[in-house]
Design a protein around this ligand. Structure first.
Ligand code: SAH
Length: 211
């Protein structure tokens, strides 16, 4: 799987502005057991470089996408991270090995509960999950060094910008739910000025909820 990710990274290096991802991230991707995060019937496909269905119309993201999103937000050991869209819990598990603490939010209750149980069973101890609409962020634990949104939004949710630390980064797919979206890297500089860089076209399940 790691070889397939590296190949995709090389092919998209113009977008990513580098030919290789951080070696720490590639190491973590080779360690997290992706087969534990997919339904038992399709475990044999777990190490293919593609998204897979996880029930409730949702998917576990393609490993290449998990890799580049994790790389682009530059996780550090002392960071506090927020993920919107727990899904299977795979992205949260990857991130948890690179930062101090991960908070992950899921709107589909059975998925969120299942992911929480799985993460506990697999021994990930620095991940806290909740069932809620991530559009509003998780105010009681804010601000965050890192925010990673794994569902496509029509716009960047303002509460997430508010909950980003000065010097923090957010990665989020933005665009129409029926077409490809753009992966955006949002940075808030120490003076709280926000800049947005467009990375590459992607396709995610939509960010749902009443917001
Ligand atoms: N990060 C996941 C990928 C999940 S797909 C993984 O590693 O497996 C996107 C997830 O976002 C879905 O589970 C979907 O139910 C969830 N989602 C959609 N809208 C949401 C919202 N408003 N708040 C929280 N989660 C949401």
């Amino acid at each position: 799987m790691v070889k397939l990710i590296e190949q995709d990274v090389r092919e998209t290096s113009d977008y990513l502005e580098k030919p290789l991802l951080d070696t720490r991230i590639m190491k973590v991707l080779s360690e997290v057991p992706r087969h534990e995060f997919v339904p038992i019937e399709i475990r044999n496909q777990a190490y293919q470089n593609r998204p897979l269905p996880i029930g409730y119309g949702q998917t576990i993201s393609q490993p290449y996408i998990v890799a580049i999103m994790t790389d682009l937000i530059g996780p550090k050991a002392e960071h506090k991270a927020l993920e919107i869209g727990t899904g299977s819990g795979y992205q949260a598990a990857v991130l948890s090995l690179l930062v101090d603490k991960v908070f992950s939010m899921e709107i589909v209750e059975p998925l969120g509960k299942q992911a929480q149980k799985r993460l506990i069973r697999l021994g990930y101890q620095n991940i806290e999950t909740t069932i809620a609409d991530g559009y509003h962020g998780w105010e009681s634990n804010a601000p965050f060094d890192i925010i990673i949104v794994t569902a496509a939004a029509s716009h960047i949710p303002p509460p997430l910008i508010t909950q980003l630390k000065p010097g923090g980064k957010m990665i989020i797919p933005v665009g129409s739910r029926f077409m490809t979206q753009q992966l955006l890297l949002v940075e808030k500089n120490p003076e709280e000025k926000v800049t947005v860089r467009q990375i590459l076209p992607v396709r995610f399940v939509p960010l749902t909820g009443e917001h």
